[in-house]
Design a protein around this ligand. Structure first.
Ligand code: FAD
Length: 347
């Protein structure tokens, strides 16, 4: 992009309700304001959605120089062609060197394309954005969270997508956000893709809750023969679902357990590959984690990288958790422990 000046553009899209911004956006705004203050650069806010007025009001008190908006029904759905066009129009109008945005699935698809359009650079899945010795630097993890890189770049504009849960969310009293509307003329083929609907699992099966305080992990032990020589899968299902209902925890699974579901064995019906935590699974962020009937092998535990306090229940005193991977290991029968927890939660 030819015309650029020292400045930060915070870019966001409205959430599914169409009124506010997603939580991750308020976190990215907090990071953008920190950087703008440290560099002494002005902040511009850019918003995309069917209607951006309510979102603009929610960030009116952030102290941005101006709020730019691309709005209208064409910009309601998460669609690469229209999101990239809207982001490009805002980016060109803002003429900012640095763009900070939340790493939502919608922006992770669209903003690498923005970088290409404005001849800039993009870095995704960032865990921090900061200023070190007067220079902007960002961090991200590689090789399934085993290596942390600190990245500095000369290329501008530099587009930064910050992962959720990595910065305190900006909060402020809603005010009157004055939006400067940017008109975007879309070619017909930008609207070729139509979002026909959204398919989500049944609400009682929604076990992945990124904002939960606790990650509850179930391992293959729940489906193994127990001391009486039999399996107790139905009992395991009831115990785990009751625990999730009572505690509001998010559910993770070990690879062994989720693979069994794929092989149509008699296993926990609500456990899918999306629940898998680990090297080939996800790396969720929660303040606490409780692992049950899971051995605590390294490829699994690497997914616990961002769980602050780790506890595990295992019958085996020599399991992986006992080898320094958990803060507390209860050498106990998880069926009994979770039944007792459910009783306490019921009170
Ligand atoms: C390249 C590679 C990538 C991998 N990626 C992943 C990954 O992303 N995620 C992942 O999870 N794994 C991953 N694995 C597999 C991983 O190494 C382990 O095999 C797997 O995590 C083990 O699962 P588990 O502990 O549930 O099962 P098991 O190893 O079978 O352990 C079951 C445990 O349950 C305990 N138990 C049984 N009954 C009870 C009871 N009543 N109360 C308490 N405890 C009980 C047993 O003592 C045992 O420790 C990967 C492996 C490789 C090679």
């Amino acid at each position: 992009m030819e015309k650029m000046s020292p400045g930060i553009l915070f870019l966001a899209h409205v959430d599914e309700s169409g009124t506010n911004l997603p939580k991750a956006a308020y976190e990215a705004l907090g990071a953008a304001l920190d950087v703008a203050n440290q560099l002494g650069w002005p902040l511009t806010i850019g918003l995309i959605g069917a209607n951006v007025e309510s979102a603009a009001n929610s960030v009116a008190a952030a102290g941005a120089k101006r709020i730019l908006g691309v709005s209208g029904p064409d910009f309601a759905p998460a669609r690469y062609s229209t999101d990239a066009a809207a982001a490009e129009a805002i980016c060109r109008a803002a003429e900012a060197e640095i763009v900070i945005a939340p790493a939502t699935s919608r922006f992770l698809r669209a903003l690498p394309g923005l970088a290409h359009r404005v001849k800039g650079c993009v870095d995704t899945h960032l865990t921090s954005v900061g200023v070190v010795e007067g220079k902007l630097s960002v961090t991200r993890w590689f090789y399934r969270q085993r290596l942390e890189a600190v990245v500095l770049r000369d290329a501008r504009p530099w587009i930064l997508l910050l992962d959720s849960g990595c910065h305190a969310a900006w909060t402020g009293t809603p005010g009157a956000g004055e939006v400067q509307t940017i008109a975007v003329t879309l070619p017909a083929d930008a609207k070729r893709t139509v979002v026909a609907g959204v398919r989500v699992p049944k609400s009682d099966a929604q076990t992945i809750r990124p904002d939960a305080k606790l990650l509850f992990v179930a391992g293959a032990g729940w489906t193994k023969k127990q001391p009486d020589g039999k399996t107790h899968v139905q009992e395991a299902e009831a115990l785990i679902l009751n625990f999730l209902r009572g505690s509001g925890a998010s559910l993770g699974g070990s690879k062994s357990l989720v693979d069994q579901s794929g092989e149509n064995q008699a296993v926990l019906g609500f456990m899918t590959h999306l629940n898998q935590v680990g090297q080939t699974g996800s790396t969720p962020r929660h303040p606490k984690g409780l692992s049950t009937c899971c051995h605590g092998e390294e490829p699994h535990v690497v997914g616990w990288r961002f769980i602050n306090e780790r506890r595990a229940v295992n019958l085996d005193p020599n399991c992986g958790w006992a080898r320094g991977k958990a803060d507390v290991l209860y050498v106990a029968d998880a069926f009994q422990v979770v039944a007792k927890l459910n009783q306490l939660l019921g009170q």
